[in-house]
Design a protein around this ligand. Structure first.
Ligand code: B12
Ligand code: SF4
Length: 460
């Protein structure tokens, strides 16, 4: 029992943790960092418990005794998020949940939270802090002008962890950066103008909003002067979609002499040589593109709105510009056949990119893929943490069996990683560093793990 009543003007925001920090927690947790800055601007006392970076939620809770606990979560981490909410409620705090999973499945989240917030959280959390909302599922209007939002409250995060992401996770987002780089991420926009069916952005209520170039430069300047950052990750879904804004940002970054090296996401249809030249000139070292498939038919099914031709051209342009390229692909998309997978294999081989990521097509709640194609008979809280893109948990393909899709996926993985990437070292080092992760994998899918290691060994 607490000795005194928790105070409603004290708010603890939580980023739930897990063992596999490399995949889930190598970058600053923007949802809680933005909400914290907003609440603080309005006079509330806020702390962040970031379990990914090593904070202990219970210890923070007991020392801070918040009146409100706000938890963010993606689908994969929701089990831990629910535990945190349950604990907070039992100890008398108002339990609030937001983020992609709660927005997609508010009724499920409401079992553990007093209040569930759908969509942007700034206006909602302020109403909750004021005491205007005490229960239920709420959705407030999105913030239109995101320049008005204060910069993320990095001072409330364990920045030493994020600044050293390269040291902790050498082969992750900052793989392109030299050892010793000081790293950080920046979001210059929210949302994406496209509606690919497998993506959370297929929800119609996420209009794209961009920060002005001046506002972004202000943040970059703080990252440089206060944190000594040298390598940046632009975490936007799509950094290049507004070419005029992107060009202005790149020119100004060069003029301001930040000397960052950086990476970011792009769509193949926005790549052109002039823009790539400006990007390279202000430090761009690597671009990642979700190509998804080598089959035009599958790109159309996914509503990707790109062509295989555009994708090939984007590969050629990145090479010409001297910028490293990371390409992402999926196996097991709706209606995909063995011939389609063969086209993907061929695309990957021909393109010879610097980095390749291949995942199983995963129907996350909140996406059109989940709504339209997933066999939801065994969907539910027990399944969510398994939806990590490496297991085909919810079938969305009625042409190929689950077994065939998983076999083809592993073949592709072995062919690509076995030959081109130093994946054996990756696999071994990840498991040595995370014995609990290894134990979990052995319990959950012993055959898959043994097969993966065997495959990699036989290729290296
Ligand atoms: C940056 C990013 C990452 C970073 C994470 C950095 C971090 N520590 O958070 C990295 C690269 C590590 C990453 C990894 C993954 N990501 Co990611 N990622 C994003 C991205 C591009 C931006 C997220 C972000 O910071 N947005 C900015 C913040 C301010 O906006 P927001 O998240 O929408 O938060 C607002 C509201 O949701 C709400 N809100 C959020 N939390 C809370 C909590 C409370 C209490 C309240 C009141 C409100 C509230 O208020 C916030 C401010 O308005 C999004 C796509 C997107 N555009 O959102 C995908 C996204 C979140 N990722 C996604 C996925 C699938 C993944 C991975 C599983 C991929 C993988 N296999 O590696 C992992 C899982 C990560 C995890 N922690 O579980 C999906 C999640 C789908 C889902 N149903 O869960 C998204 C939506 C991408 C997509 N297009 O589908 N990701
Ligand atoms: S997959 Fe990429 S392009 Fe498609 S909607 Fe999502 S963020 Fe936008």
């Amino acid at each position: 029992m607490l000795k005194s009543q928790p105070r409603m003007n004290k708010i603890l925001l939580v980023n739930p943790g897990c063992v596999d920090k490399e995949t889930y927690g190598a970058l600053e947790p923007f949802p809680v960092a933005y909400l914290a800055a907003y609440l603080r601007k309005h006079g509330y006392e806020v702390r962040i418990a970031d379990e990914m970076a090593g904070d202990d939620f219970k210890r923070e809770f007991d020392s801070f005794r918040p009146g409100i606990v706000g938890v963010t979560s993606t689908t994969q981490l929701v089990r831990r998020a629910y535990k945190i909410l349950d604990y907070s409620r039992k100890r008398g705090a108002l339990a609030v949940m937001g983020g992609p999973h709660a927005s997609a499945l508010p009724d499920e989240a409401a079992v553990h939270a007093d209040i569930v917030v759908i969509g942007d959280g700034e206006n909602a959390i302020l109403d909750i802090a004021k005491g205007d909302v005490l229960s239920g599922v709420i959705k407030k209007p999105n913030t239109e002008d995101i320049d008005q939002l204060p910069l993320p409250a990095r001072d409330l995060l364990r920045m030493d962890y994020y600044l050293n992401a390269k040291r902790f996770f050498p082969n992750h987002v900052f793989r392109f950066a030299p050892d010793g780089s000081r790293t950080a991420s920046v979001l210059t926009s929210r949302g994406c103008p496209y509606r690919c069916i497998f993506c959370y952005n297929s929800r119609r209520d996420r209009p794209v909003r961009s920060r002005s170039v001046g506002n972004v430069l202000e943040e970059l300047s703080i990252l440089k002067s206060k944190y000594g950052v040298t390598a940046l990750n632009f975490a936007d879904d799509e950094l290049f979609f507004n070419k005029k804004r992107a060009a202005e940002l790149f020119v100004r970054m060069k003029e301001e002499k930040f000397d960052f090296i950086w990476t970011g996401f792009a769509r193949a249809n926005y790549i052109d040589l002039d823009l790539l030249a400006l990007a390279k000139d202000c430090g761009c070292r690597k671009i990642s593109i979700g190509f998804e498939s080598g089959s035009q038919r599958i790109l159309d099914v996914l509503n990707k709105r790109t062509t295989v031709e555009q994708n090939r051209r984007a590969v050629a342009l990145c090479k010409k510009a001297g910028i490293q390229l990371g390409g992402f692909f999926m196996v097991g998309s709706p209606t995909e056949t063995l011939e389609d997978i063969e086209m993907t294999r061929q695309f990957i081989k021909d393109a010879a990119m610097d980095y390749v990521g291949i995942f199983l097509c995963t129907a996350l709640p909140g996406t059109e893929l989940y709504e339209k194609y997933a066999d939801k008979s065994h969907a539910g809280p027990g399944l969510w943490e398994k939806m990590n893109f490496y297991g085909y948990e919810l079938s969305v393909n009625d042409v190929l069996s689950k077994k065939t899709i998983e076999r083809e996926y592993e073949r592709l993985l072995t062919e690509i990683y076995g030959k081109r990437q130093i994946d054996l070292l990756d696999v071994i080092s990840r498991h040595i560093r995370h014995p609990v992760y290894l134990a979990k994998k052995l319990v959950n899918s012993p055959r898959k793990l043994v097969r993966l290691i065997k495959n990699v060994l036989s290729r290296s």
